[in-house]
Design a protein around this ligand. Structure first.
Ligand code: ASN
Length: 310
């Protein structure tokens, strides 16, 4: 493999794969924005760094820095900004650049980039059910659009995709785990012909902000969307914990401290209403649409776990 970008793009196969991905990138973003704006969503600008960002539920290095005596982290997701702003603007979305410095092993998955974009959205007074329905409509519209407008591009990379039927299948996290073990997501994804939901994720497997069910202790009102054909996770989201006592309890249960999220906690003290939403990774969506083995083929400057990048 040639080490330079120019060198690698002289490989016609790599160049045409990337060209299709970039063309689709622009096209699906337009489609998604149009879909959401027609439903009354307002686009908000991304937040690149903040005093409070998503703690995530898996280990990553934390890129942070001091500026004039204040500590900032690079955005891992806009979850807190979404939840606070949605209280005033009831339907919002952003194409949000995120940096997650994953451990080197993640390079093997073919679906992790250290720097990526997610379409992150949130709705006020909404439930998981609303978020699931919106996710299905959005996904199906995007695939339909790609099939209609980009059949030649898909042909050029020998990819066939179909618009899935709604509603998508739902599988409870614990049932999947019991039947297939820890690796259930990949196994189910490889077997599936259409995308499906993993719902009711247990509290330990998720961040403090996903809302615990009122009826089932330890189970969250959240979901992941899983791609078929082994492409694995597409989207994650759910309802948010919005009562300040519950937020604080959940932060402590994770051995995190309210000071880490001071800005968000202060806002939450003034009283929040229920909201729900999700984030869908754009490069992962492109990888699925194009059928590429490796996510780096969707990006001209991919940052791959464990590797030096430009
Ligand atoms: N964006 C996701 C959500 O809305 C959170 C994440 O990216 N970790 O739940």
């Amino acid at each position: 493999m040639e080490a330079t970008l120019m060198g690698s793009l002289r490989d016609h196969h790599r160049k045409s794969e990337l060209e299709v991905a970039l063309k689709l990138n622009g096209s699906i973003r337009l489609k998604m924005a149009q879909f959401l704006q027609e439903r009354g969503f307002v686009e908000i600008p991304p937040v690149i760094y903040s005093t409070a960002t998503d703690p995530l539920n898996h280990p990553v290095y934390d890129p942070s820095f001091d500026y004039e005596g204040t500590r900032y982290s690079i955005t891992k997701s806009m979850i807190f900004h979404k939840q606070i702003l949605v209280q005033q603007f009831p339907k919002i979305y952003s194409f949000s650049p995120n940096v997650r410095l994953e451990m080197p092993e993640k390079a093997k998955t073919g679906r992790h980039l250290l720097e990526f974009t997610q379409l992150d959205l949130e709705m006020l007074d909404a439930t998981r059910e609303d978020a699931i329905r919106l996710g299905e409509d959005l996904f199906c519209d995007v695939i339909k659009h790609v099939k209609e407008k980009h059949s030649k591009d898909l042909e050029s990379i020998e990819r066939t995709i179909s618009v899935p039927s709604k509603p998508f299948r739902r599988i409870k996290y614990m049932d999947a785990m019991k039947q297939y073990g820890d690796d259930f997501e990949s196994i189910l994804s490889r077997e599936a012909k259409e995308p499906f939901w993993i719902i009711d994720i247990p509290l330990e497997a998720r961040e403090f902000y996903d809302r615990e069910s009122d009826t089932e202790k330890g189970i969250l009102n959240d979901m992941d969307l899983i791609y078929p054909e082994g492409f694995c996770e597409a989207l994650s989201g759910g309802e948010r914990e919005y009562k300040i006592e519950r937020i604080l309890e959940r932060v402590r249960a994770k051995n995190q401290s309210p000071e880490q999220f001071e800005w968000f906690i202060e806002e939450a003290r003034s009283g929040l209403r229920l909201s729900a939403g999700f984030g869908i990774g754009i490069e992962r969506l492109l990888r699925y649409i194009c059928g590429y083995k490796r996510i780096e083929d969707t990006h001209p400057f991919p940052k791959i776990p464990g590797q030096k990048s430009v």
